[in-house]
Ligand binder design. Structure first.
Ligand SMILES: *[C@@H]1O[C@H](CO)[C@@H](O)[C@H](O)[C@H]1NC(C)=O
Ligand SMILES: *[C@@H]1O[C@H](CO)[C@@H](O)[C@H](O)[C@H]1NC(C)=O
Length: 399
């Protein structure tokens, strides 16, 4: 299933235009703000005095941050260069600003901070899409950093791969896989999580499993569950014993996979997470709104992201996604208008780029600047501050 990324069959998708019916009415900038849905887990980490307990909360947050992908097969709109998105959630205690800082390659930078000064959370995401014939795989390049300011601690990690199956034929479904390594740079503790590929018989579908280890690689806790369901933590020895006893009881009544050249069907999910005695629940997913299936399978959090409430228009930056006419038209169910607007915006973006080239002018980002992540030494776009002073002079006219 996991083809090597050097295969010539893989085609870069970022340059191919897909019909709008494959979209969901959100910009990718809005989609990445969904990392914040379970901000209560960061707040929990901030409140804990023990670094092992903090790591458990951060690991749960890292898994919960990609849980909204479940059943979300719609493609978010590619942000336009200079597009921004802000999200202020006083109820959850944070505010976030993001900006599309590069077009080729597409890079989205975000910066979130707690309103009480407890944490900052930031990163630059470069979703590299590959087309494998029957599926599209997104490699979410870019490091994510969570800084717990009162603990003087920084955690970094990268998200798992995300694959949408059956893009040509059959029923679309989502798989996430790969290793996510969360590092606490102060203590040297690590949480290494394995998002498992579903495997031949689908037994591993959605499973996540791993360990927290100290700087000497001693296993301190086992972390397990499903990214679509819940995550638990338990003593590592208890976890290994439990796994052994489960293997013994396994009756090997594995279902034969139906052979089908046309589509790779999603394996049936037969069982929920089997809980090891003595485990602590770290996180459980919330159910989606009743009408979710009619709304691109959005979560409660996602449903609110494009809302333009009275009074917001005069506060938001004119580059905010909520003003994008194509996304708005799609949200209102006007697909033809959405398609026309999308084409117009892309043409406007091309014309602006040509104009800059003619004048030998470089694009200048507004709220982020290229810099170095001090913990990983990797290149990153760093928030330069000031967005919430709301001085919007000299912003580009992108819509
Ligand atoms: C929503 O989820 C259902 C159930 O899994 C699926 O059949 C459908 O394709 C999904 N819709 C979108 C837009 O992702
Ligand atoms: C294994 O199969 C036997 C006979 O079919 C059954 O009685 C037993 O309960 C099964 N065990 C498990 C763990 O499924």
């Amino acid at each position: 299933l996991l083809a090597s990324s050097t295969s010539p069959r893989a085609r870069e998708l970022s340059k191919i235009t897909m019909p709008i019916v494959f979209n969901e009415p959100l910009s990718f900038l809005q989609r990445i703000s969904e990392y914040m849905e379970h901000t209560y887990l960061i707040n929990r980490a901030c409140s804990l005095s023990n670094s092992l307990e903090r790591m458990q909360a951060v690991a749960a947050f890292a898994v919960s941050a990609v849980a909204s992908q479940w059943d979300r097969t719609g493609k978010p709109f590619n942000p336009l260069l200079g597009e921004t998105y802000e999200l202020v959630r006083e109820d959850q205690g944070f505010r976030l600003i993001s900006e599309q800082v590069s077009h080729h390659p597409p890079v989205s930078a975000f910066h979130a901070e707690s309103l009480s000064g407890d944490f900052i959370f930031h990163g630059s995401i470069y979703p590299k899409l590959k087309f494998w014939g029957k599926s599209v795989e997104a490699e979410p390049k870019g490091t994510i950093t969570l800084e717990l300011l009162k603990h003087n601690e920084a955690y970094t990690w990268s998200n798992p791969y995300c694959c949408v199956h059956n893009i040509i034929l059959g029923k679309l479904w989502i798989e996430q896989y790969g290793t996510v390594e969360i590092v606490n740079h102060r203590t040297g503790e690590k949480c290494v999580l394995n998002f498992k590929p579903c495997g031949m018989f689908g037994k591993e579908l959605h499973k996540v499993e791993g360990y927290i280890q100290n700087r000497n690689k001693k296993k301190l806790r086992a972390i397990y569950g499903k990214w679509t369901e819940c995550m638990w933590s338990v003593d590592p020895q208890a976890y290994e014993d439990h796994k052994k006893s489960e293997k013994k009881g396994d009756n090997k009544t594995k279902k034969n996979k139906t052979e089908n050249d046309e589509a790779d069907d999603m394996p049936e999910v037969l069982e929920t997470v089997s809980v090891v005695p003595g485990s602590t629940l770290l996180w459980r997913i919330e159910s989606r709104p009743a009408h979710s299936a009619m709304m691109y399978n959005f979560t409660n959090f996602a449903v609110s992201l494009n809302e333009l409430e009275p009074g917001m228009e005069s506060i938001l930056a004119p580059t905010d996604c909520r003003f994008r006419p194509d996304i708005r038209a799609m949200e209102n169910g006007n697909i033809d208008e959405a398609s026309r607007q999308k084409e117009r915006l892309e043409e406007k973006q091309r014309a602006a780029r040509k104009e800059r080239a003619k004048r030998d002018e470089e694009w200048r980002t507004r709220w982020f600047q290229k810099g170095t992540n001090p913990y990983t030494n990797s290149e990153e776009w760093i928030y330069t501050g000031g967005y919430f002073d709301r001085n919007y002079q000299n912003l580009p006219d992108i819509y």
